[in-house]
Design a protein around this ligand. Sequence first.
Ligand SMILES: C[S@@+](CC[C@H](N)C(=O)[O-])C[C@H]1O[C@@H](n2cnc3c(N)ncnc32)[C@H](O)[C@@H]1O
Length: 167
Amino acid sequence: MNKIIPLDPPIDTRLLDAETKVLWDNIQLDPELAAQSQIILEGQPFYSPEFLGFVHIYRALAEIIPPHWWIYDLGCGFSFQSWYFRNHAGYVGVDTDNTPIDCRLCPPNAIHIQSTIEEFVQSNHHEPNSFAICNYVPPWHGGSGEIVRRHFENCFVYYPSLIEVKK
Ligand SMILES: C[S@@+](CC[C@H](N)C(=O)[O-])C[C@H]1O[C@@H](n2cnc3c(N)ncnc32)[C@H](O)[C@@H]1O
């Protein structure tokens, strides 16, 4: 008999909430980023400071990626997580018109690009010290995970889904 097993790890939602709150509070300490964050949320009635994206994953990555490296956040969404990389060499956020550039958080070291991941990686060279993040990006435009793995030596690609395992 086949059994469906969710690949998503059990997340302690209280911890997740606490981490998201810390991120939001930190963003509010910077007047420029605070203003940006308020504008982003005003334009997105379904969004709120309780959910800024999958922040726990980005926080963990920010701790292990050397600060002199460039971050390519492929499928960055509203990019609140760019705050974690504000002291890295640079942060490049890539997303489609699903999240327009003026709806993304933009710390001083960030650049935002409107493109599909597939078009971006095929038509741009990336910095030598680079790390690509492709987190929770659904396969709407094909297999972005595969193409990211092919173009970046160092990357984190993660999209949880259901798998079937034989019991
Ligand atoms: C669920 S959000 C995840 C946002 C962020 N990576 C995170 O982990 O919080 C998925 C994002 O991927 C973007 N996306 C999906 N397919 C894409 C593609 N092929 N190229 C660029 N962005 C894509 C969507 O527009 C959306 O903003």
